[in-house]
Design a protein around this ligand. Structure first.
Ligand code: ADP
Ligand code: MG
Length: 364
């Protein structure tokens, strides 16, 4: 089922005398989440991700705009009638109940035509448990499970009501690094198997990029860019998005455009056709550097880090705002480690220009 957000807005009133200003947690968010897709909602802490999710599930009421599930306006529908499954960062399982009872819990309250018998409930619970591969743990209590297993129970509990929409708010934040990787693959598998329209909230760009069909990048309540992960990475609309996506992060230099030539410090980098004379911010992705003896960008070499397949050259430049410039060079390249200076040519499609004042992209 598709989800339509129309000018969705949520303002919180300011609290007390010290904090008179209201907060616009979500500001005029319009978007259609396509049926059966996984959308990653991404942005730094406080940008409005959880608020958006809580609006979609009905725990919060918007101060403006509409939410549609399919063709139905659900803006004023209470959460229990929306058919959404929710998973939060803290799994919030009932410690005194078995895994089975935790999973069947949401089914216990079904009334009227929806009411299920005990064996129907157990059947449904087992189905959900199989999806997340915990069917062998049904008799345990949450305290006897690892963090990853507990989170799977929480996901099974969200799936057992066969929701039309699955909403996940930083579901992996409490897991250790290895388990996070594994569990995010699981979530993707479950989503693809069930085809439930899913919104996955995270502040971790790597996580969102790796499992989402589409990502939405937010900043201070305002959507910055929506697209396929690779498209947003390759074509950011502004400096904020460019910096938020990618590890190692993009390298940002102060540059100058004069007579359609871009220079950084004294180094003339390349032609930038159609760009007016101005100061600019220049973003260069780590994979955009090519080692070249007579390359135009001259950096001071700090050290070399070999990371399996790739070599990461760490250098500095007086016009770079990152404390260290990271450039990924393939391991075949030979680097003179004793050299003080390293020279790069830049791959044009890995270099982006942004306006100095507001960070908006300058296309050329
Ligand atoms: P995120 O999930 O992206 O970290 P949130 O959606 O939780 O961000 O919060 C967005 C903004 O709204 C923040 O500035 C936060 O302080 C504010 N906010 C969230 N909930 C409330 C609330 N109940 N009352 C007042 N302000 C709130
Ligand atoms: Mg949050």
């Amino acid at each position: 089922m598709k989800i339509v957000l129309e000018h969705l807005t949520k303002e919180f009133p300011g609290r007390g005398k010290k904090n008179p200003g209201k907060v616009i947690a979500v500001n005029d968010f319009s978007f259609q989440i396509p049926d059966g897709k996984l959308v990653g909602l991404l942005g730094p802490s406080g940008c409005g991700k959880s608020t958006t999710l809580n609006l979609i599930c009905g725990l919060l009421k918007p101060t403006g705009g509409k939410i549609l599930f399919g063709e139905d306006d659900v803006t004023n529908l209470p959460p229990e009638h929306r058919g959404v499954g929710l998973v939060f960062q803290n799994y919030a399982l009932y410690p005194h109940l078995t895994v089975l009872k935790n999973i069947t819990f949401p089914l216990e309250n079904l009334r009227g035509a929806d009411k299920l018998t005990k064996s129907q409930m157990e059947e449904r619970a087992l189905e959900a448990a199989r999806l997340v591969q915990i069917e062998a743990l049904m008799d345990r209590k949450p305290g006897e499970l690892s963090g990853g297993q507990q989170q799977r129970v929480a996901i099974a509990r969200a799936l057992v009501k066969m929701p039309k929409v699955l909403l996940l708010d930083e579901p992996l934040s409490n897991l250790d690094a290895r388990l996070r990787l594994q569990t995010r693959e699981e979530i993707r598998r479950i989503q693809q198997q069930t085809r439930i329209t899913t919104v996955f909230v995270t502040h971790d760009q790597d996580e969102a990029m790796s499992i989402s069909d589409l990502i939405v990048v937010m900043k201070e309540g305002v959507v910055q860019q929506i697209g396929k992960p690779q498209e947003v990475y390759d074509d950011p609309v502004n400096l904020f998005v460019a910096k938020f996506l990618g590890t190692p992060p993009i390298n940002v230099f102060q540059g100058t455009v004069k007579n359609e030539r871009l220079s950084i410090g004294g180094d003339e980098i390349m032609d930038v056709k159609g760009v007016a004379d101005q100061e600019v911010a220049v973003g260069i992705r780590p994979e955009g550097f090519l080692l070249q003896e007579d390359g135009p960008l001259r950096c001071d070499l700090s050290r070399i880090e070999v990371m399996g397949r790739d070599i990461s050259l760490v250098s500095t430049h007086k016009c770079c705002e990152n404390p260290a410039i990271r450039s990924i060079i393939d391991a075949e390249s030979s680097v003179d480690t004793s050299a003080e200076t390293v020279r790069f040519a830049i791959k044009p499609h890995k270099l982006f220009l942004f306006q100095k004042e507001n960070g908006e992209r300058i296309r050329f």
